[in-house]
Ligand binder design. Structure first.
Ligand code: UGA
Length: 435
């Protein structure tokens, strides 16, 4: 089928490339000329395992352009995968989605289905459909709007799309549902056809449930520290109950990224806007905000302040497998350390270039974990990169001025740390070699 995709961020580009891999003729549109140039050269502008390879393999089915007219005019299906960033009040900014809708209304010359992949508040698909139908230049063509939220995670986006847990299709009529079934014909995964508003809600309710699960387990972890239980043993025991499951029970210093923080706030805003309250989500947000300060609070047990201290920060992305810093806990912790006068040394395998753009000065960017921890007075682990998990614990002992490691992602087994002299304080577990 002839498909156009608006926006080449994580959602748009991964969707476009995966659809091309199933034989569709896909044109990806972006306003950013520089990005389009990179993609035309066969490279991916984002760091996502497997994406460049798939782009290269299916380059004959892929076109990249800034020319939306050309892309939308004859498309049978147009996916909208542009960003819906958070506004000051917590609501979702829909201006990019509406901008694309306007372009579609002005250019489309055949019946087509516009598919909203971006995460949008409940009722937005209805508004977009009315908006397009109202503004459409060629009144002879019929434009339908369908909701098709994505459930991909950064770092596993290609796999999450090709082997999705489910494909949710939200439609009000039979025709767009049939078209989307054809688009996803070759995806051997469960497909669910629901009403548009339900599809929009499935996306928010899923993300917010996962955020809630993380905040819940973080609170349990905090209590474990007080009462002497071990969160890892607790979650292992809980997870065997199939109703609970083992996944997304990793306690830490809070969730980040471009989705959970934004989507929890957006649902909370939507509830308030409708004179309603969604107290569980509000609690998840509050717990997460506090959790980000967990390591700084722990550090105060060892030092009154950070003035002139060498502080090693390992990991700055919001999770491993991505160079994305959006809502990363490093963006809260590092400024606090700097304000307090610390000499901050950061190591991250892929995130440092982006961090440097925000903090070009004052921070020492290190090429290795060894370099970051040498002569450090304390070390904070913020992202659970494999390189950190596999790092030889003896080196902390050997290289640091004082081997105090505060681990916000529970990277090490307590039994292993016990074999060293490191003072090791993690989340929801007892401190090894307390001072
Ligand atoms: C999330 C969802 O997992 C996807 O299903 C969804 O499609 C996506 O948002 C989206 O809406 O676009 P993503 O933000 O890429 O995906 O990352 P996650 O793997 O969900 O992690 C989010 C944050 O939660 C990270 O900071 C991670 O460290 C944290 N987390 C995750 C925990 O603290 N504990 C866990 O057990 C799991």
């Amino acid at each position: 089928m002839k498909i156009a995709v608006a926006g080449t961020g994580y959602v748009g580009l991964v969707t476009g490339v995966c659809l091309a891999s199933k034989g569709h003729e896909v044109t990806c549109v972006d306003v950013d000329e520089n990005k389009v140039k990179i993609m035309k050269n066969g490279d991916s502008p984002i760091y996502e395992p497997g994406l460049s390879e798939l782009m290269k393999e299916h380059k004959n089915n892929l076109v990249f352009t800034t020319d939306y007219e050309e892309a939308y005019r004859e498309a049978e299906v147009i996916f909208i995968g542009v960003g819906t960033p958070e506004k000051q009040d917590g609501s979702a900014n829909l201006s990019y989605v509406f901008e694309v809708a306007k372009q579609i209304a002005q250019t489309v010359q055949r019946d087509c289905v516009v598919v909203i992949k971006s995460t949008v508040p409940i009722g937005t698909n209805d508004k977009i459909e009315s908006y397009i139908r109202d503004k459409q230049k060629n009144k002879d063509v019929c434009i339908y709007v369908a909701s098709n939220p994505e459930f991909l995670s950064q770092g596993t986006a290609v796999k999450d799309t090709l082997c999705a847990s489910r494909i949710v299709i939200g439609v009000e009529e039979v025709f767009p549902g049939e078209v989307l079934k054809k688009v996803y014909e070759k995806f051997d995964v469960p497909k669910l056809i629901v009403k548009r508003r339900s599809a929009e809600m499935i996306k928010y309710a899923s993300n917010d449930f996962l955020a809630l699960k993380i905040s819940y387990i973080n609170e349990i972890a905090n209590l474990c520290e007080i009462v002497g239980a071990n969160i890892e043993e607790v979650t292992e025991g809980m997870g065997y109950d199939a109703r609970i499951g083992h996944r997304f029970l990793n306690a830490g210093i809070g969730y980040g990224g471009s989705c959970f923080p934004k989507d929890t706030k957006a649902l909370n805003w939507l509830a308030n806007f409708n004179d309603n309250e969604i107290r569980t989500i509000r609690a998840a947000i509050e717990v997460n905000e506090n959790q980000k300060f967990k390591l700084i609070k722990k550090a105060k047990k060892y030092y009154d302040d950070f003035l002139f201290l060498n502080v090693a920060v390992l990991g700055c992305t919001f999770k491993p497998g991505t160079d994305d810093l959006r809502e990363a806990v490093s963006l809260v912790n590092v400024p606090l350390l700097l304000e307090d006068g610390a000499n901050v040394r950061i190591w991250d395998p892929v995130g440092m270039e982006n961090f440097k753009k925000k903090y070009p000065n004052k921070i020492q960017y290190c090429n290795s974990i060894e370099e970051a921890i040498t002569d450090a007075d304390i070390c904070l682990i913020l992202t659970e990169w494999e390189e950190i998990k596999n790092f030889d614990l003896r080196k902390y002992e050997k290289l640091m001025k004082k081997p105090i490691v505060l681990d916000g992602r529970n990277c090490y087994q307590l039994e292993e740390v016990k074999k060293t002299n490191i003072t090791y304080d993690s989340i929801g577990r007892y401190t090894v070699n307390p001072q």
